[in-house]
Structure formats: C-alpha cells, structure tokens
Design a protein around this ligand. Structure first.
Ligand code: BGC
Length: 776
C-alpha cells in the first residue's frame, strides 16, 4: 500500500500543482493508509464489506464524519472564482488543504465549468486523492459527475443520444450498452460516480428537462432506467449510477423548473414512483433528491418521502445525495428554515446522507455544531457515513485509494463510436412522409440539389444538448473535433456539389428568410431540408412561456413551402414544440431528438434511405399549445362523442413512428379468454412487412381496464419489444403479461388488481379478456 502511494506520488509529482507540504502530509497519510490497507486485507480475506465499514467507522471522529457527508464542486478547490476559474485550470493547494484535509470533505463533483482532456482529469483526481490521503482518516474522495449521454465532460469522448432519444429506440439493450460505454470512459479518467439516469417522467413538454428523461410512461422509463443502471454498475468497472431526481420533479403546475408541484399520493405512487422502485430493486447505488417542492413541502425536508417511503418502504440502502445547493435553498428559496443550521437539521432529519453544498463549508460547520450540541445524534450521522463508506468500499476506492487508472489504458473512441452511431440511428423517428399528392418524399431520390437551412442545421451543439462540454451545452469551443453537423453529414452522404446551404442563427429575421428564399430560387433544388427546433438548455435556463415552435421558424417553413418544392422538416429538439398550423406545409418530418455527435450522419442516412427509420415517440406530441394530454389519459378526456370537442387530439400519439417499409398488425389473440389473479396472459400477434426492405418494428402491448374503482386510463403500456421483419415477411410475435401487472393504486393508495374485463391492445388490434378471483 505504502509503495503504491509513494510511486504514484512520484509519478505525478512532475505535473503536480501541489505545494511541497504534501511530501510531509503524504508520508504521514501513507502510514495511516498502511493501517487501513491492512484492515482492508484482513476484510477481503474473510470478513465482509460491512465489517470493514463498521471497523473504519469506529475509528472516525465527528469531524471526519461531517466531512464525509460534504460534497463540494471542483470550482471551490481550483484557482480563481468558482464560476470564473483561472485558465488553464489547476487545483488551488490552499483551498484543497482547507477543504480536503482540514474539513475532510468526502466528495467532489462537477468539472470546473467546462470539459477537460483525460490528462487534466488525471491531474485533478490525482491531486485530490493525494490530499485525501493526507487527512487523518486517509479516506479517498468519491468523485461524481454528470456524464448523461457519454463522457460529457471529457474532451473527445463518444457522445450518443440524450435520454429522450434512447427512449425513442424502445430498446433496453441500446440503453444498457450506452451506459456501459459511458462507465468505461468516465472510469478511465478516475471518476466512479455518475449522476445518471434521470427517472423523472416527461409528462409536461414545458418542463426544460423533458429531454433528460426516457419519456412519459412509467413502464418505459422503468425498463430503460433499470437497463441503464445495469450498464453503469455491472459492466466490469467499479462505477455507480444515481437515480434522479427523487421524485415528482418535472410535474410542476407552471411547467417551469423547480417550481411547486401538487401531486396527490395516488398519482405519485401510480406514475412517479414505479421507475425508482424498479431501479432500487435493480441495485442502484445512489439517489439524488428532487430540488422542488411537492404539496407545499420541499422534498429535501420531507422525512415522509426520504425516510418513511424511500428507506422504510422501498428498502433503499444506498447513498442519498441532495441536489445542487439544496440545503441552503431551504432557507434562501423555499423559506421553510430560518438559517443554514436549521436547514441542515431539517435535511438530515429528513434523511439525506450527503449535501451537494457545493461552494462553501457552512453545511459542514452547521452539522458539526448540531451533533456537538446534541440536536442531531451521532447515531444518525453514523447511518449516513456508513452508507457513504459502503459505496466507497463497493467502488474499490480503498484498494486504489481513488487514483485513476493509467492513461496508457485509456480506451480508444473506436470502442464506442459504433454503439453511439447505432443508438442515434435507432432513435430517429419518421413522423410524416407524404406530399400533398399522396407521394412519399423520403428517401430523397434522384440527382437534384438539396437545399439545407434552418437554425439547427449546422450546429453540433443542437445535436448534443445540455450537459455537453459545459452545463448549458452552448459553447462551440467544446464541440467534439471532427464530428459533422447535419449539413456537413449530408454533404458527405449526398456529395458536396449537390448540397447547398444557408446558415441561420436562432434569432433570424424576415430579411434572412427572404435571402434563403432567393438562394433556393437560384439553386432550384429538388428538395428543401430544414433543421428546426431548439438550441441546448437545461434547468431554469430552458424555461419557456409557450410550447409553440418559434414564430420565425414557422415563417421560414411558410416561405419555403410557397416555392412548390418538397420540404422536409428535421426537428432537432428535446421536447415537442406545437406546430399544427404549419404541419401541412411540411411534406416529410423527422424527429431527431438530441441525437449526439453521431446524430448528423444518422439523419443523413434516413434522408438518403441508407437507414430505414424505426424510432417511435416516447411521448405524446401535443397539437395545440394549451391542450397537452398524455396517452394514458382518462375516458372523460377523450373527444366528446356528441360535440367532437374537449378531447385528446394530439399531433402524434405516444409510440408513433413511420418506416419506409410499413408493418401491419393482425390476428391478435390471447391463449385463453379468462384468467385468475396469479396467471400470465400469453399474447400472439402477427406482423406483416408489406414493404420491400427489412424493418424493425415496435410491439407495444397496452391494457385497458374496462371498469375500475379509480377511473381507468384508456390505455396503459404493459410490455414492449422490438422485432425485425424481413421484406414481405409475416412473423408471429408472442408476449407475456402477468395479471398481477394489470393493477393500479386504489382508493386506499394501495396497489391492487381488480377482477373484471380488460382489453389487450397491440397496434390497431384489441382482444378482450376476463380476470376473475379464481386462484385467490
Ligand atoms: C442538477 C442535477 C445535477 C447536479 C450536479 C443540478 O443542478 O439538477 O441533475 O446532477 O446539478 O451537476
């Protein structure tokens, strides 16, 4: 152990920005570590992880413990102001010593305002772990980061689609592989903890983090989320997932970030809880708390949600971390506490283990005082520290002391690019493909020119979204070198002589539209392709007052449509913007979501027909700005049969998507017509590919509870799978649904399956079955 530390220290010394005091500190710490190392050896040769953690815990002082429960951002220990760091960035040895040695801070997060090269990450992590080794306990630091669609804060990392695009693949293996690839690349720079996946639901497109989710349905989100947890945690490198944000985030009344949500317990349990429950059952190691309030109570202060529900009922034993600055917000924003100390007590009493403070040490001091004066028991603190140490132990930090693996083992891009490109391809969703004359417009055939314009057509930032390179993902300086934008990828696929382009920023004017029109008139292309949608944003920066597509983009569509040339709209955006008034003016529409660095080529492949699109919407696309309903709405929300109004009338339904080789569903049947409570319903449906190319179809099985004690939804997703069907082929597909899965949260807020009649729907096919109490 001692030798390892010294060798590492020597190796890094040349590049280290640490001051010479470390020599002294490190040698003291190394002796301490030798002791821990010995304990560690004994444990691994017989005792279990619990014994190791308990024995280490028994040696810690209160100061050590409150330090472990503190998380700071990298900016707080680097040279300069946290949001204005000196470049090139370096750790500040004075701040490092104060935070990591004096205050014994147990965790660091984030990237210091922008991404870094792997070498820079190594410098940071090595400096941080060297300092951690010098504190009295020698416990390594747990480093966390938001690597939400690949290694988003590592230069040149391989970036696939954001979660909403993964949701559109409806393919759990794609999500699992994306997570595994992220884990390997992030672990290679010495980081073991990822603040991903998001298990919130996309039930309100106004919410600026809609795109960070897998979609609107709890079953889809549970399946994709657990696959991602598995990919992060069980891929061969020690790496932890974080489920966020527990829970009900994203369904505020206003649709704006971190504003009040009013969600009755029944709805919380019916929709928002199941993905977290599934991922906890799958072994997720950590959870981050929702920054908002539910029913008037900030979630960070809710013992009912964070302890009674999360710990006692769901049995979560991992690490519960706050979101950014959320202890402080209890008294600066939510106004439920007088000051830092009261806020700290509130959050600890509620059940948090670690505070993402992240800029100062007030939490640490307040917590120390609260324990010293007896307002918080040491027993309570031990619970949290035990969970933190356990996570560090499970991640192997005590063995490696948290130092990064050798850079010579840094994995090449070629290991991951194929998976990211495939995920992007499988996510793209064809929403329309019909000229006014009823002819398909895509794939683009012939040898004519293709005119490309629109604000997202030449932007890598638009393709990658928030949390890419920087928090907001808008800085072009951090784009991955060598990746094409949509127009560049089209030039490569169609030939640069065929593709003409005119750039437009987001704020383009009527004059610029006229310039585009004149240019099209000069070029006489056979097709016009417009990159529409949004530039990146996240959190409060992405708040909007209107979900309508931007007026200038609609004007652009109107103007180019008037030229009488087929127009293809490609939406590169994280949420569905309402565009009903100009939908008829687009002959073909592709939803690209936020497909990542390989998304441009994927779009070009859909446009030129090299790829047959198979993505399906993971959400309902609203037709009107003020009439959004999810697919699982109630019967009273259907179009009123007498007046043809007041109803569910989306632009495109949940699960919708076209292909170049359409598939028909037929012959849906179940193995029986009535079932008992413990039975499994076996469903068979035929899929016929009537086209001339192989296609990949989504088989989504919905249940329809005909009569129930809580008004039933018209449809609930119960199962999904992807099936490949050759040209002209018919395939019988079977699926199984346990009767036990047909329940809902009843009037007592308890999950129950009620006997009675159910419809089972796949595509346009429905069969009815009966459920009886027979084997109960
Ligand atoms: C976001 C989290 C994120 C955290 C750390 C917060 O502002 O809400 O999703 O993981 O910052 O970067």
């Amino acid at each position: 152990m001692f030798i390892v530390i010294c060798t590492r220290y020597k190796l890094e010394k040349a590049n280290s920005i640490m001051n010479h005091w470390f020599l002294h500190q490190v040698s003291i710490a190394s002796c301490m570590l030798l002791l821990i190392g010995c304990a560690d050896k004994q444990v691994s040769s017989g005792n279990d992880q619990d014994a190791f953690v308990d024995s280490l815990l028994s040696t810690l002082s209160i100061e050590d413990k409150v330090g472990e429960m503190t998380q700071l951002t990298l900016g707080a220990i680097a040279i300069g102001e946290p949001y204005d760091l000196q470049e090139p960035q370096h750790l500040d040895s004075v701040k490092v010593q104060n935070a990591l040695v004096k205050y014994r801070v147990g965790s660091i997060l984030n990237c210091g305002n922008h991404e870094h090269a792997p070498e820079k990450w190594h410098e940071f992590i090595t400096g941080i772990q060297t300092a951690a080794a010098a504190k009295s306990s020698g416990i390594p630091v747990l480093y966390g980061v938001d690597a939400i669609h690949g290694p988003t804060y590592t230069e040149n990392g391989v970036l696939g689609p954001q979660q909403i695009g993964l949701g559109a693949t409806w393919d759990v293996e794609i999500a699992r592989l994306a997570a595994k690839n992220t884990a390997e690349q992030v672990h290679a720079v010495g980081i073991h903890w990822n603040f991903s996946p998001v298990l919130d639901l996309a039930r309100d497109p106004r919410w600026p983090r809609f795109w960070e989710t897998f979609g609107e349905d709890p079953h889809l989100v549970s399946a994709m989320g657990t696959a991602m947890v598995d990919g992060y945690q069980n891929s061969g490198v020690p790496f932890a997932a974080t489920l966020k944000h527990f829970f009900g985030y994203g369904f505020s009344l206003s649709g704006k970030d971190r504003t009040p949500a009013w969600i009755p317990e029944r709805q919380l349990r019916e929709y928002f809880l199941p993905p977290f429950k599934a991922a906890i059952d799958a072994g997720a190691m950590s959870i981050m708390v929702n920054s908002g309030e539910i029913n008037g109570v900030p979630v960070h202060s809710s013992k009912a949600l964070l302890t009674d529900l999360l710990r006692d009922e769901l049995g979560f034993e991992g690490l519960l971390v706050t979101d950014w600055e959320d202890v402080k917000y209890l008294f600066t924003r939510h106004m439920v506490a007088e000051d830092y100390k009261e806020a700290t007590k509130m959050a600890i009493d509620a059940g948090i283990d670690m505070a993402m403070v992240p800029l100062d040490l007030e939490f640490t001091q307040s917590l120390l005082e609260l324990v010293q004066e007896g307002s918080i028991s040491e027993e309570r603190i031990n619970q949290s520290v035990r969970r933190i140490l356990m996570m560090k132990k499970k991640l192997g930090l005590f063995e490696t002391k948290g130092f990064p693996p050798s850079l010579s083992a840094y994995p090449g891009k070629e290991n991951y690019a194929g998976a990211a490109a495939n995920a992007a391809l499988e996510s793209l969703t064809l929403l329309k493909n019909e000229s006014p004359q009823g002819q398909p417009v895509l794939p683009i055939s012939g040898a004519g020119k293709v005119f490309v314009s629109g604000p997202t057509s030449n932007s890598l930032n638009a393709l990658n979204g928030g949390w890419t390179g920087t928090w907001q993902g808008t800085d072009t300086a951090f784009n991955t070198k060598g990746q094409p934008t949509m127009v560049e990828a089209m030039q490569m696929r169609f030939g640069s002589e065929r593709v003409k382009h005119m750039d437009l920023g987001m704020e383009f004017t009527g004059d610029e539209i006229q310039r585009v029109v004149r240019s099209i008139q000069r070029q006489q292309p056979s097709h016009i392709v417009l990159g529409l949608g949004e530039m990146p944003y996240t959190e409060i920066v992405g708040n909007i007052d209107d979900i309508a597509l931007f007026e200038n983009q609609k004007d652009l569509v109107r103007a180019v449509h008037a030229l009488g040339i087929p127009v293809v709209g490609v939406f590169i955006e994280g949420r569905p913007r309402a565009f009903d008034d100009i939908e008829p003016l687009l002959d073909a529409i592709v939803m690209a979501y936020i497909p990542g660095d390989y998304g441009a080529d994927a779009i070009a492949q859909v446009l030129d027909g090299s790829h047959n699109p198979s993505g399906r919407l993971p959400f309902t696309w609203p037709r009107h700005t003020s009439a959004h309903l999810t697919y699982d709405h109630k019967h009273t929300e259907r179009i009123h049969s007498d007046f043809s109004m007041n109803g569910f009338n989306p632009q495109y339904p949940f699960g919708f998507g076209l292909s170049y080789s359409p598939v028909e569903f037929s012959g849906l049947k179940t193995d029986r017509s009535d079932y008992g409570m413990d039975d499994v319903i076996e469903i068979t449906v035929n899929l016929t590919n009537g086209g001339n190319r192989s296609t990949n179809e989504l088989v989504a099985v919905f249940s329809q509870d005909k009569v129930a004690s809580i008004t039933p939804s018209v449809d609930r997703l119960r199962h999904f799978q992807r099936v490949t069907i050759g040209a002209g082929e018919t395939k019988a597909v079977t699926a199984k649904i346990a009767v036990a899965e047909l329940g809902f949260i009843n009037r007592d807020n308890v999950y129950a399956v009620e006997p009675g009649a159910f419809g089972i729907r796949v595509g346009n096919q429905v069969v009815d079955v009966a459920v009886t109490m027979k084997n109960k």
